[in-house]
Design a protein around this ligand. Structure first.
Ligand code: NDP
Length: 388
């Protein structure tokens, strides 16, 4: 039986990789829904190519263009903030949640309610709303699978393992494009250089997060939410080759790691085929790289973001939402050359010192509107700090 699937954010980096796997394995999948925000041309092309049943363009400005592009087909076109339930007539088998930013939260919740399996790439919903997601997961008996390489690796390495067996969980970081740049030059780096990751081709937002290691800050928080291991066991290490994504050090001296080429299609296909390592036509790893792997400690002068991990874990349940929102605003400002590269982490640190910070950080959120309240405060505060 073909799996009935949806890709939320199909025009993005993760969305396109998911789409490519499905295109090569059409016999296994029936695409019920593809979604995008602005990239209507790509959405139209994908929908025709895969014979999707429905498409959703979030930005209503492009709705007529999508309708026109698909007018000679039976593909139904939706736009704006429409719930999944109104589009589909039967529960989906699988949804890839790959919208970038907090904008992915409501669609992820919607997917959990309407899909048997949800693969989550959208780390923002895990970081900011894990308790809400978990409640819906339990209520709807949905299976959620991590897509991020580090969490995919931890999941693979710790099946059947309990916390007492583990001494340390290492999350690796490539170090991004500025790993070897003299620290004094970081102040002046431009966004065009920062988005060029040495090992991956990713969306702009996550590429900037990789360049200053904010993505590792979020990944540790994400792992703390996703897995039932003691949060003090996580540590970030630099591994420029990016073959290993996580390492588990056990109390008895055993170390476990898995290696794979830095291609998101591997964890994605694993979620599509429900943890089975189905053959993929992917560049095979050359075993000669085994002796070329290096691992070393993070230089916190180069990557001061790493100090935020403990601050987030120890400052109240909504701190991650505040940092995430502030970071989204700051990355956008940096991409538009309005602030410098180092201002991203500096400004986030200033938020922690704001007189209203504690009030918002300690909030226990129960709904998306609760999260939006905290998120909005952090966005406005970030802009206010930047224009000072
Ligand atoms: P991209 O920026 O490449 O793609 C984002 C997708 O979301 C696009 O389809 C975009 O549509 C859509 N989108 C953007 N804004 C909105 C909105 N307001 N409402 C609805 N849809 C929207 O991002 P990535 O694929 O790189 O990342 C997606 C998520 O996965 C992020 O949370 C990221 O942190 C996470 N992730 C990414 C990895 C990677 O390798 N790229 C690895 C691990 C996790 P449009 O194209 O039309 O603008």
């Amino acid at each position: 039986m073909k799996k009935r699937i949806a890709i939320l954010g199909s025009t993005g980096s993760i969305g396109k990789s998911t789409f490519e796997i499905i295109k090569k394995n059409k016999k296994d999948f029936d695409v019920i829904l593809l979604t995008a925000n602005n990239n209507y041309k790509k959405l139209i092309k994908q929908a025709k190519e895969i014979k999707a049943k429905n498409v959703l363009i979030k930005n209503e400005i492009f709705s007529d263009k999508v309708k026109k592009g698909l007018k000679n087909s039976s593909i139904r076109v939706f736009s704006g903030d429409i719930s999944l339930k109104k589009i589909i007539n039967k529960k989906l088998d699988y949804t890839m949640s790959a919208i970038v930013g907090i904008a992915g939260l409501q669609p992820t919740i919607d997917a959990i309610k309407n899909s048997r399996i949800v693969a989550i790439a959208n780390k923002e919903s895990i970081i900011c709303a894990w308790n809400i997601l978990l409640k819906e997961v339990k209520r709807n008996k949905t299976k959620i699978l991590p897509v991020d390489s580090e969490h995919f690796s931890i999941m693979e390495l710790t099946r059947g393992i309990v916390d007492e067996e583990i001494e340390e969980i290492l999350i690796t970081a490539s170090g991004g494009p500025f790993l070897n740049l003299p620290i004094r030059k970081l102040k002046k780096v431009k966004s065009q250089k920062a988005v060029k990751h040495p090992n991956w081709n990713m969306g702009k937002k996550i590429s900037i997060d990789s360049a200053n290691l904010m993505n590792k800050v979020f990944e540790v928080i994400e792992a703390c939410k996703f897995f039932n291991f003691n949060k003090i066991k996580y540590r970030v290490v630099i591994h420029p080759q990016s073959y290993v994504h996580s390492i588990i050090r056990f109390k008895n001296g055993l170390i476990k790691m898995i290696l794979y080429n830095a291609d998101m299609k591997i964890p994605i296909s694993n979620t599509l085929y429900e943890k089975r390592n189905i053959f993929l036509n992917i560049k095979k790893i050359n075993t000669a790289i085994f002796n070329k792997n290096s691992f070393y400690n993070v230089n916190k002068k180069r990557f001061p973001s790493i100090n935020l991990i403990n601050k987030i874990l120890n400052s109240g349940p909504s701190t991650a939402t505040i940092v995430n929102a502030s970071n989204e605003v700051l990355v956008d400002l940096f991409l538009r050359n309005k602030i410098g590269f180092l201002d991203i982490v500096k400004t986030i640190n200033k938020i922690f010192k704001d007189k209203e910070f504690k009030k918002y950080a300690k909030r226990k959120v129960k709904s998306v509107s609760d999260i939006k309240l905290v998120d909005n405060w952090a966005r406005l505060k970030t802009v206010a700090i930047c224009v000072k």
